[in-house]
Design a protein around this ligand. Structure first.
Ligand code: PLP
Length: 450
């Protein structure tokens, strides 16, 4: 694509920024005030949209309203936590019930057993569960477990893989992969992390041979790395290779759990890892969500009774609180009975893929990636199979931002600005998916005409 295309993108971007500023004045005022007291004016960097973030005042079903009164169809859904919409009626009822009995005791709750049973019904190949408050905590706990079990230190992760802000795993997250992506870490945690390209079995095999790691910790479908799914047979081969080399396999299903299917990637792809990490949906929409699941053999390091050495630590003030237990159990139980709804929702997004790719055409191509209800939209020359390709094959450096702005100004909201990720709920309809396609069609029409 020539320079003139970048120029046209730039012109349209300036115009859309003007429109955005005039639609979102109250958000801008909030941002200006808040930035003086909170670095970046938002709590999580990926939420700091350009030219200024939106502040959301209300959410209902699949829509959110900003402080200026603009409503958006939401495709981000509480950062992927709300697979049944923002405000299912049962959620309010359960919150009310829990509140009347006390929402956090600080003692083992009578609800603990039902919650654990619900999780293990969704993941029948796993034996045991430990709860955390976040997906990041669950990754930390898993690292302790695999190191304690194997007596080895190294961990293999995927380039572009995101496992939260954990010291050892916030490494090679964004191309061009310059190692650790935060200041303030100490070498002990980071230097034992080895990264390989997703969907590349040779690179994985080399790493397993060379480093003999404790485990491979990977998202079965990369989330933050671009909603990129496995090539056919890839996960099965990862399983075979890890077994062959005596390395544990951990699926970080913080995004994919209950999203690809009620039993996550394990059910969807039929591949069994040794341990699974859950977050987001497992909390049933509550703000405390995280779990480690595994075969008893690997989980027993959390058990002072059956572990001979120093046990692995997991826990925290709000872990196992009643709100999470009650909402999570309700959510999982409902989802297990909704396989038909999952299939209907998958068809919505398969149709979206066909329509979006047809709309983009040959001059400004796009590729829809991911599986089931984890959907990526890449403006790349060909289909990317890893985050490096997603980055390098882009036909424009700035189009993603323009596309995000354009959708935002026309009532469609998602993250991230850099790569379009959609984490739709089971409630999203064909019309909701079509809104993105029709906005995209309008944008590409303008780009070609301008
Ligand atoms: C795959 C994956 N793992 C771990 C995390 C971290 O979870 P949390 O933000 O709950 O700490 C995330 C968060 O988005 C994630 O996507």
């Amino acid at each position: 694509m020539g320079a003139s295309l970048e120029k046209r993108i730039e012109r349209l971007t300036r115009r859309e920024e003007e429109t955005y500023r005039s639609r979102t004045r109250a958000s801008l005022e909030k941002y200006t005030r808040l930035s003086r007291r909170m670095p970046e004016g938002v709590n999580y960097r990926i939420r700091r949209l350009r030219p200024h973030p939106l502040y959301i005042a209300e959410a209902r079903d699949v829509r959110v309203r900003d402080v200026d009164g603009n409503w958006y169809v939401d495709y981000w859904m509480g950062h992927g936590a709300h697979i049944m919409g923002h405000t299912p009626r049962w959620l309010g009822e359960v919150v009310g019930e829990v509140y009347s009995r006390g929402y956090h005791f600080g003692y083992p709750s009578s609800l603990l057993e039902d919650y654990v049973d619900a999780i293990l019904r969704a993941y029948p190949s796993m034996d045991a569960v430990k709860l955390t408050n976040t997906g990041t905590d669950a990754n930390n706990a898993v690292m302790r477990a695999v190191r304690a079990y194997t007596g080895r230190e190294k961990i293999v992760k995927m380039k572009g893989g995101w496992h939260g802000g954990s010291e050892a795993l916030i490494v090679d997250v964004h191309p061009p992969y310059r190692g650790v992506e935060t200041a303030g870490t100490v070498d002990c945690c980071v230097s034992s992390t080895i990264t390989v390209e997703y969907n590349d079995l040779e690179a994985l095999e080399r790493a397993l041979k060379e480093h003999r790691p404790a485990a491979v910790i990977m998202e079965p479908v990369l989330g933050a790395g671009g909603a990129i799914g496995p090539r056919p047979g890839y996960l099965r081969e990862v399983r075979r290779l890890t077994e062959e080399h005596g390395v544990l396999l951990v699926f970080d299903e913080v995004i994919t759990g209950f999203r690809l299917a009620p039993g996550g990637a394990v059910e969807f792809y039929g591949v069994e890892p040794d341990l699974v990490i859950l977050g987001k949906i497992v909390g049933g929409g509550s703000p405390s969500a995280g779990a480690v699941l595994g075969k008893w053999e690997y989980m027993k390091c959390f058990d002072t009774g059956s572990w001979s050495g120093t046990p692995c630590f997991v826990g925290g003030t709000f872990s196992g609180n009643n709100l999470t237990l009650a909402l999570g159990r309700e959510m999982i139980t409902r989802l297990l009975g909704m396989r038909g709804e999952y299939e209907r929702a998958r068809e919505v997004w398969r149709e979206f893929a066909r329509e979006a790719e047809r709309t983009c055409g040959e001059e400004t191509p796009c590729h829809v990636t991911g599986d089931s209800l984890l959907v990526g939209l890449h403006f790349t020359r060909r289909r990317p199979w890893n985050p490096t390709e997603a980055h390098e094959l882009r036909w424009s450096r700035e189009f993603n931002y323009l596309h995000h702005l354009y959708q935002r100004n026309r009532g469609a909201l998602y993250l991230t600005e850099d790569t379009a990720h959609f984490l739709p709920s089971l409630l999203h309809s064909r019309e909701h998916a079509r809104l993105i396609v029709s906005n995209l069609e309008e944008l590409l029409g303008e780009l070609v005409r301008s």
